[in-house]
Every structure is written in structure tokens, then in C-alpha cells.
Design a protein around this ligand. Structure first.
Ligand SMILES: Nc1nc2c(c(=O)[nH]1)N[C@H]1C(S)=C(S)[C@@H](COP(=O)(O)O)O[C@H]1N2
Ligand SMILES: [Mo]
Length: 249
């Protein structure tokens, strides 16, 4: 079979490589391999993965995600009650007695409802980690709750195996986050109902919020009312407003 007349394209690639890859993108693409970058859908000969802004971040960082990587733990004596930041979706008073968690499948189908007692029946885990806000502050605190992976276990049999994201919404739908499934499965990702061994107060997201040291605070939704398993990236309040969708640490 005759060789493809690829010379000029290879030439082009060699020459354009340096100009396309700059800064962090260069370092990360180096790790992934140029070949991988080249196999991503291209437009105008610029590999899609280098073109798509925030999507680039998500594809790239999730490809580099190390499943067993553990974020640093801190001594409990370093922990304090977090400053309150962000009240979108939690401004109205919450009726804790009537709160429930709705669980929805990828087609919008109802999969289940839970009380807080259901979540508390899952194995308890706590962690003292650093909470990082994208606005530039961080603080060490202690979270207690159930691993999302254990919660996911309740639904595994009912879900297709190509679930890629989980979307979590406040009961009023005003705040919502979409988080990649690898992060949600990580053993430091909790459905938290305690801070410093006490039940969450309203301002910190009572009765249930997300807590994970591998994402910025923007993803750590307070007062979860609804969880949906998705086969595509879902809606994300700050992602839709120009912040990094992946928001990984
Ligand atoms: N419902 C809801 N959850 C939210 C927010 C918000 O505005 N509404 N802000 C996020 C941001 S930016 C941060 S830093 C953390 C802050 O959590 P804290 O108030 O418990 O410190 O909550 C996150 N979760
Ligand atoms: Mo934040």
C-alpha cells in the first residue's frame, strides 16, 4: 500500500506545535502525549482539546486525575468553623423536618427519595482538610458524613455504566453544580452533615452538603435537595458564569 502523502501535514504539526502549546498546557500535554492531543477532534487543524477553553480544562485535568491521590489531612486542632460564603439557594429558611433528597436518573426518571436518617445510616467518615475558595481564601475544617461512593452504591444496579457526571441542586434550584464522576467516587468526597462534629447549621448548608478537598468551594453545594446522575456534563451555576467547570485542586 502506498504511503499517505502526510509529509506536509507532519511538517505543519512540527512547526505549529511550539506555538500551540504554551505554559501549563504545554506541561500537561507533555504528560498526556502529543499523540493524544492530536487525536482529539480538530477544527482548523487546532486540536479540539487546545481550543475549547474551559472544556479543555475539564478534559485535560480529568485525564490526569489520579484516583488514589489523597488530599492532605490536617490535625484536628487546626480545624475551625468555616467562614460563611455564598448564600445562593439557601436564603429561604429551611424546614428540616420536611427536607428530603430526591434522586433522579439520566432520563429524568425518579430513582428514590431519602431522609437524612438514610444518609446517616451509611458508614460515617470524617476528614480534616483544607477548604479552598476560588476567591483566594482557604481554611482547615473537619467534615463528617457519608462517602458519596457509598451513596452511589445504593443506585449502581439501576444506572447505566456510562454515568459521567453528577448534578446536585438546592431544593429551590437556585444553586446547582455538576461534578465529574471520578471526583464523586473519590473517597474524600462526602455528603456531609457535620462540621466540627456538630450538625451543619443553616448557613453552612443544613442538613446536607457536598464536601471534598479535591474541588474548590464553588462545587461544594450547600443544602442539597436533588441529585441527578448524568451521561453528559450537567448544569453548573458558576461554570455558566465563566468559572472553570472542573474547578479541580
Ligand atoms: N447553596 C450554595 N452552596 C454553596 C455556595 C452558594 O452560594 N450556595 N457557595 C459556594 C462557595 S463559593 C464556597 S467557598 C462554599 C463556602 O462554604 P461555607 O459557607 O460553609 O464556608 O460554599 C459553596 N456552596
Ligand atoms: Mo468559594
Amino acid at each position: 500500500m502506498a504511503e499517505q502523502p502526510e509529509l506536509s501535514q507532519a511538517d505543519y504539526r512540527r512547526r505549529s506545535r511550539r506555538s500551540l502549546l504554551t505554559g501549563g498546557a504545554a506541561a500537561a500535554a507533555g504528560l498526556l502525549g502529543w499523540r493524544w492531543v492530536q487525536t482529539q477532534p480538530a477544527d482548523n487543524r487546532i486540536p479540539g482539546v487546545l481550543r475549547n477553553g474551559h472544556e479543555f480544562n475539564e478534559n485535560l485535568w480529568s485525564a490526569l486525575f489520579r484516583e488514589n491521590h489523597q488530599a492532605a489531612s490536617f490535625p484536628r486542632s487546626d480545624a475551625s468553623i468555616l467562614r460563611v460564603n455564598g448564600r445562593i439557594g439557601i436564603r429561604e429558611e429551611i424546614d428540616l423536618a420536611n427536607w428530603q433528597l430526591d434522586v433522579i436518573g439520566p432520563e429524568g426518571n425518579n430513582l428514590g427519595q431519602h431522609t437524612l436518617a438514610d444518609i446517616q445510616a451509611l458508614p460515617f467518615h470524617d476528614m480534616t482538610i483544607e477548604h479552598k475558595c476560588i476567591e483566594g481564601w482557604s481554611q482547615v475544617t473537619t467534615w463528617g458524613g457519608a462517602r458519596f461512593s457509598d451513596f452511589l452504591g445504593l443506585y449502581q444496579d439501576q444506572l447505566p455504566d456510562n454515568i459521567s457526571h453528577v448534578q446536585l441542586d438546592t431544593p429551590d434550584g437556585d444553586y446547582y453544580v455538576s461534578v465529574d464522576i471520578a471526583t464523586m467516587r473519590h473517597n474524600q468526597t462526602l455528603l456531609a452533615y457535620q462540621m466540627l462534629d456538630q450538625p451543619l447549621d443553616d448557613a453552612h448548608g443544613a442538613p446536607l452538603r457536598l464536601a471534598t478537598p479535591i474541588k474548590y468551594g464553588i462545587k461544594q453545594i450547600k443544602r442539597i435537595g436533588r441529585i441527578q446522575f448524568l451521561q453528559t456534563r450537567g448544569a453548573d451555576y458558576w461554570g455558566e458564569r465563566g468559572y472553570d467547570w472542573y474547578a479541580g485542586l
